[in-house]
Design a binder for this molecule. Sequence first.
Ligand SMILES: [Zn+2]
Length: 401
Amino acid sequence: MIYSAPHILCNSQTLIKDGALLIKSGQIADVGTLNEIRSAYPLEQVNRFDNAVMLPGLINAHCHLELTLLQNKIEPGPDFASWIRTLVDLRRRWNKSVFHHSMQRGLDALIQSGTTTVVDISSQHIYEPLLKAPLRKLACFEVFTLDANESVRSMGALETLLAMIEEDEFFKAGVSPHAPYTVAPELYGLCADLAQKQQRLLTTHLAETKAEIEFLASGQGPLRELYQSLGYDMSAYQAPRKTPAQYIYESCQNAPRILFAHGTYLAESDFALLQKHGAAVVYCPRCTHEYFKHPQHPWKRMQAAGIPVCLGTDSLASNFSLSLRDEIDYLIKRHPEENPNAFWTMATETAAEAIGMGALAGKLEKGFYADFGVWELCESAFSYNAIGALQHSFVSGQKIK
Ligand SMILES: [Zn+2]
């Protein structure tokens, strides 16, 4: 099958006018102009999209689909500890079938907005709805405890779960120690060993709030109060007196590539540490600035320091939609000085690299997955400003929207 459109953006550098993709067995078998592809493969049927541009499918590198039903349930605001407190209270009332329903709603929203690959984090270790969803999923199972003994037990449970799961090119499992303020050094170490040994994605929240920096530095502040209000005995807690990034890397002897979510308050002096270990950062713009009201995010300085930065939405407990296009549009408005190409690239090829799929996804090139969006183009010449609504979305050459 040949798919053709007036414009195909194959990657951040290459735009083909009157382009065409030849799709075979879910992969892109050839790319070129429609004339070239049609004459090379005269027997193939041509499927033409008029007034449209084909772009690589969007990759959401940080999401918690199980929280989708919390949309509009927690007021936006800068008090992160009270946000967690409310989240924990609301979630406590849910049974497994509510989590499943919530995740399914999230999957539907991703498909409708052009996401073709998602990194999902589940604290409840829910993944069944992901299996049936027609996009690519990296299901990362969350673990957290500040207790060394409990760390061993929770890793045992996670290993049992991972051994049971059947993976394929649409569904892979990863490991997600929650965050430096909820994860013991032992647990970070065990997660890193497992990710290294089983070649799994390792993702964790990092330097999301000033409260986290304070808790790691002194053991004090709003996060200590949160623990106490949830009934934890914090008398034995010894603050590591490190930055969150130092804490993680000193806990992991075998640090694989880590995908860090947020990094909003990552110390400039830690940029080199991330760069040295080949880490990437997921920036969730509207969650950061519109929901939690953080004024700045150092994404631009991270990029300059050689740290790849990709995009995520986080969950609907702290965002307004699960549409990466909405995140891109928000960044274009916030940064009129930037070329919009930068933001589309963060949501496609940079993200694919960051999650270990750089040779298969994020670009429309020969040998890559046939994962693409067909977007209305409001003018005859291509420009990022002319990209309109999503018309169709394809994964492995199959129409999912
Ligand atoms: Zn998150």
